[in-house]
Design a protein around this ligand. Structure first.
Ligand SMILES: Cc1cc2nc3c(=O)[nH]c(=O)nc-3n(C[C@H](O)[C@H](O)[C@H](O)COP(=O)(O)OP(=O)(O)OC[C@H]3O[C@@H](n4cnc5c(N)ncnc54)[C@H](O)[C@@H]3O)c2cc1C
Length: 329
């Protein structure tokens, strides 16, 4: 297969081919563009093709007609058929963070409710597993089933905490909720994704639904334990769930000041906090979005809706970061 040359607007160059997605070729060559699900469902890896032709290797499920008219494509779905020139930012913060496959064992399982389990994974002492708070891993379980989970612990903790929701008839849910036990041997591949904090000096709004709180716990605890971090801006967290029992975590920090909002989407009579959809509740409270970045994680529906409504309310396009918990494979 012929080697094709791909050039970015930042004058970075890498080799691609018609059988490999632009994103995979970039990652292989050590460049990291924004991405999350790698299955064409979340849209995070959207880039602009300035010149050249591409083919679709996977369906680009969230590409709009407007995107197509402006030559936008999903880099996780498309491969080049000619030399390409693209507009895509290389995220240097992720340079040197190697994706590894390593064995791990279950250290602890914590049942928060019938629908939620916390998992702590122990890594071999020699693993040297580095990640940025906010990233996710793939866990490879029994029968080589592979699913993505965000890391809820910080990089300095030396072990990996996950928070996992049960899916009806879910293959990996069956394992986590009915078979998993302490010391089970699994493999993980990672770290993956580009959901990490870009700039801690601006006002920060975190939006989460359900277990989408996991990478946000990691980011917030990471800031709280960072001796060099001095909080300059306002930090607000809006965490939405369907049932009061789903709020398994009561945020508490040593130095970080965070305005925490627990939002229930299916109100009960005795619920003392806000109700509704997180993105709507957040927009009713947050008015000045000029110096603000939004980090949203959880259901794809919340993320697509939050993206649209926050941009309409004045948030800059490049200040919305997201990780959608779509079906892994
Ligand atoms: C980047 C990323 C990070 C993720 N992080 C987490 C995390 O931290 N915690 C967590 O609990 N989950 C997370 N997920 C989702 C997770 O990877 C699995 O998709 C989910 O746990 C279901 O796996 P399963 O094997 O139990 O179900 P499956 O056997 O895959 O599916 C069972 C049924 O559930 C439906 N289904 C599966 N996954 C989803 C989904 N995500 N949304 C809606 N319907 C679905 C299927 O269509 C099917 O009907 C993440 C996904 C991605 C892409």
């Amino acid at each position: 297969m012929s080697r094709l040359s791909i050039n970015t607007h930042e004058a970075k160059q890498f080799v691609g081919s018609a059988t490999e997605t632009i994103l995979d070729s970039a990652l292989k060559s050590g460049l990291v563009f924004e991405y999350s699900c790698k299955t064409g469902q979340c849209g995070v890896c959207k880039i602009k093709v300035m010149s050249g032709e591409v083919i679709e290797l996977k369906a680009q499920l969230v590409l709009t007609e407007q995107d197509k008219l402006s030559n936008k494509v999903l880099s996780c779905c498309c491969a080049p058929t000619t030399d390409l020139s693209i507009e895509a930012e290389d995220l240097s913060a992720l340079h040197g963070i190697e994706i590894k496959t390593i064995p791990c064992r279950i250290k602890q399982l914590t049942r928060y409710s019938d629908e939620l389990v916390g998992v702590t994974l122990r890594l071999p002492p020699t693993a040297e597993f580095k990640f940025l708070e906010g990233q996710y891993i793939d866990v490879i379980g029994p029968n080589t089933i592979r699913r993505s989970y965000s890391v809820a612990s910080t990089a300095s903790q030396g072990e990996i905490n996950l928070v996992i929701k049960r899916f009806e008839n879910g293959k990996m849910s069956e394992y986590w909720f009915n078979q998993a036990k302490d010391n089970d041997l699994l493999r993980l591949e990672g770290p993956k994704g580009t959901f990490f904090l870009r700039d801690g000096n601006e006002d920060l709004i975190f939006l989460a639904t359900g277990t989408g709180i996991a990478p946000i716990m990691s980011i917030l605890y990471g800031l709280d334990s960072d001796a060099d971090f001095v909080q300059c801006g306002k930090i607000s967290l809006y965490w939405g769930n369907r049932h009061p029992d789903d709020f398994f975590w009561q945020p508490s920090f040593k130095k970080l000041k965070v305005a925490v909002n627990q939002v229930l989407s299916r109100p009960t009579e005795d619920w003392p906090h806000q109700t509704g959809y997180v993105q709507k509740v957040a927009l009713m409270t947050e008015h000045n979005l000029a110096q603000t970045a939004v980090y949203a994680c959880g259901s794809n529906m919340m993320i697509q809706s939050a993206h649209e409504s926050f941009l309409a309310a004045g948030l800059a396009e490049n200040k919305f970061y997201s990780d959608a918990f779509v079906q892994s494979y």
